[in-house]
Design a protein around this ligand. Structure first.
Ligand code: AMP
Length: 283
C-alpha cells in the first residue's frame, strides 16, 4: 500500500488508473478504523481494481464546541489494518492543503442537511458534503462506499451526486455492530465502562421498534414514545432526537407504511451516539 499525502500525486495516480481502464473505489473515513470501516473496504476490494481509502479528520464538519481536537487518531495502526486488507492507496491529505488560506467554497444539500442530526449540528452536513465532493474531485472514483450507520449522510451524499450530475456511484454498506448490538464507532472509545454498558440502550430501543412493528403497530408516535421511555429509563442517557422518516426526504411519517427509517441520536454522558434501522411492514 502506498501512502499519498498530497493532492497532486493522488490526482495523477487516479488519472493513470482510469486511463489504464481500472475501476477506482474510494472509502472516505476519519480514521481510527474499526470493523465497520473495514467492511466498507472489503466491499470496495470486491468491486474495484484500485482501492483508495482516505483518512481525514475534517475540521469543517465539527461544530465549535464539538470534539475535533480530541477525535481519536492512530494512523500507524490504521495503515497496518489497511495493508492487511490489500488497499492500494491510503490518501492522507493535510488540512492546510484541503482548506488553503481564504478558502470560501462550500456545498450544501438544502433541506436534507437541516433535518435529524442537522437540528443539533447545523453546519455538520455542509462540512461533510464539501469534503466529500473535494475527495471525489481528487480521487475521481467510479464507486464510493458509505455506511448505513450514518443514514442521513448517505442520503445527503447520494442526493448531492444526483443533483450535481456527478458520475460516481454511491454504495451503501450495512451497519456493523458489537456482539451486544452497539453500532461500532470511533467515538465508542470515549465511553467509560459504565457508559459503554448504558450505550446498548440505543440498539435496545431500535429492537423494540422492530418488535412492535412485528406485532402490527404502525403508529409512529406510539413506537417513538415507547422507544423514548426505554431510553429515559437509562440514567446515563439523554435523548437528542428519535424519529421515523421516509428514506429519501427524511421527513417524519405518521403511519409506517413502506420502508421507514427509525433513527436516533442519544448522549451517553457527554458522548453523542447515533444509530438507526430500516423497518418495512409486511404487506
Ligand atoms: P467515519 O470515520 O466515522 O467518518 O466513518 C467513515 C465511514 O464508515 C462512513 O461511511 C460511516 O458510515 C462508515 N461506518 C462507521 N461506522 C460504521 C459501522 N459501525 N458500520 C458500517 N459502516 C460504518
Amino acid at each position: 500500500m502506498e501512502i499519498i499525502q498530497r493532492i497532486l500525486p493522488m490526482k495523477e495516480i487516479s488519472k493513470k488508473a482510469r486511463s489504464d481502464g481500472k475501476v477506482i473505489g474510494l472509502v472516505p473515513t476519519m480514521g481510527f478504523l474499526h470493523q465497520g470501516h473495514l467492511s466498507l473496504v472489503r466491499e470496495a476490494r470486491k468491486m474495484a481494481d484500485t482501492v483508495v481509502v482516505s483518512i481525514f479528520v475534517n475540521p469543517t464538519q465539527f461544530g465549535p464546541s464539538e470534539d475535533f481536537e480530541k477525535y481519536p487518531r492512530d494512523v500507524t495502526r490504521d495503515a497496518e489494518l489497511l495493508t492487511d486488507e490489500k488497499v492500494d492507496y491510503l490518501f492522507l491529505p493535510k488540512a492546510e492543503e484541503i482548506y488553503p488560506e481564504a478558502y470560501h467554497t462550500f456545498v450544501k444539500v438544502r433541506e436534507l442537511s437541516d433535518r435529524l442530526c442537522g437540528v443539533s449540528r447545523p453546519t455538520h452536513f455542509e462540512g461533510v458534503t464539501t469534503v466529500v465532493i473535494k475527495l471525489f474531485h481528487i480521487v475521481d472514483p467510479h464507486f464510493a462506499f458509505f455506511g448505513q450507520k450514518d443514514a442521513q449522510q448517505f442520503v445527503i451524499i447520494r442526493r448531492m451526486v444526483r443533483d450535481l450530475n456527478m458520475d460516481v456511484e454511491i454504495v451503501r454498506c450495512p451497519i456493523v455492530r458489537e456482539p451486544d448490538g452497539l453500532a461500532m464507532s470511533s467515538r465508542n472509545l470515549y465511553l467509560s465502562p459504565e457508559e459503554r454498558k448504558a450505550a446498548t440502550v440505543l440498539y435496545r430501543a431500535l429492537e423494540h421498534a422492530s418488535a412492535r412493528m412485528e406485532e402490527g403497530e404502525r403508529k409512529a408516535k406510539t413506537i417513538l414514545k415507547e422507544m423514548g421511555q426505554i431510553i429515559e429509563a437509562e440514567p446515563l442517557a439523554k435523548i437528542d432526537y428519535i424519529a421515523a422518516t421516509d428514506l429519501t426526504e427524511l421527513k417524519d411519517v405518521k403511519t409506517i407504511k413502506g420502508k421507514t427509517l427509525i433513527a436516533l441520536a442519544v448522549f451517553i454522558g457527554s458522548t453523542r451516539l447515533i444509530d438507526n434501522i430500516i423497518v418495512e411492514p409486511e404487506q
